[in-house]
Ligand binder design. Structure first.
Ligand code: URA
Length: 291
């Protein structure tokens, strides 16, 4: 990474703009005291479920730090909890074979769940179709529904800064997707998180996207994305899923807070940065591209 004028890297400047630090430094140069190194451990695997990759977790070897409020055994048990799956349906089987073009057409005219009734347009996702990084959010909001692009509202602006802190300009070596492709609207007309059923109905599209994208690492932004990718107990908190490298098939998955949550709780940005550092390590160890 080339230090910019004044000795600060671009990433450091974006981190400072976000109000977070310290900066993660590659392990073979300097090891930062407060960023634990990941070490794989054996965790009981979830029982295999047809058509769904069992989540696998690795655990960091350092003691649970001060900002960590969830115990390791709870988190390991959560990762092994039963997976939410839709019964296989003909539509899902067809989706699993689609090309990008077919997927775009299918999502644009999808009626697999009631969210289709209120959408202006479905939002499949956007970015590099051969990305190292895949970021998965929960679903389009009002602005995304209007514009047909993921993460273009206020949460998207923060996500852009998080990407820049990773030296990932939007769309370069990264793809942005959501657990659901149509905007969930509450009875009050406001954005709301998708229900478990809505996420399950949309999951075949996300699965197909991942199969086509083959990212080196997936970052799950928030609980909806994490559950959609990994399954588990819908009551689990994001805090219980952080700090582990989970797996979607063979692809490492790191769970962090949704940027909309971080806008409400800016103090948690530092935790999110740690999560992104963990994702960077998973990405680097994939060997697809060195950091
Ligand atoms: N929030 C999300 O999860 N996804 C978007 O695309 C926009 C906001």
């Amino acid at each position: 990474m080339t230090p910019a004028a004044g000795g600060l890297t671009r990433r450091t400047r974006f981190l400072q703009a976000l109000g977070i630090g310290p900066v993660w430094v590659q392990r073979d140069t300097v090891v930062s005291d407060d960023v634990p190194l990941p070490v794989a451990i054996a965790v009981p695997a979830a029982p295999p479920v047809a058509g769904v990759a069992a989540p696998v977790v690795s655990k960091q070897d350092k003691a649970v730090s001060a900002w960590d409020d969830a115990s390791v055994p709870v988190r390991a048990a959560a990762a092994a909890a039963p997976i939410l799956v839709m019964p296989a349906d003909e539509g899902a089987v067809a989706i699993a074979r689609m090309s990008w073009q077919e997927l775009e057409l299918a999502v644009a005219s999808c009626t697999r769940c009631p969210l289709c009734r209120n959408r202006k347009q479905a939002v499949l996702g956007a970015g590099d179709q051969k990305p190292g990084w895949l970021f998965v959010g929960e679903g389009p909001g009002h602005v995304e529904d209007q514009q047909g692009e993921p993460f273009v509202g206020p949460a998207g602006k923060l996500l852009d800064n998080m990407l820049l802190a990773l030296e990932l300009p939007r769309g370069e070596n990264n793809y942005l997707a959501n657990a659901v492709k149509c905007r969930p609207v509450g009875a009050d007309g406001k954005d709301r998180p998708p229900s478990v059923d809505e996420s399950a109905a949309c999951r075949p599209y996300l699965e197909r996207q991942i199969a086509l994208l083959q990212p080196a690492v997936i970052v799950a932004l928030g609980k909806v994305a994490a559950l959609s990718l990994l399954g588990g107990d819908p009551k689990i908190a994001v805090a219980a899923l952080r700090e582990h490298t989970h797996r979607y098939g063979s692809i490492p998955v790191v769970v962090t807070y949704h940027p909309a949550y971080l806008l409400r709780k800016p103090l948690d940005k530092a935790k999110s940065w740690r999560d992104l550092c963990l994702a960077t390590q998973a990405y680097a160890s994939d060997g697809k591209l060195a950091v």
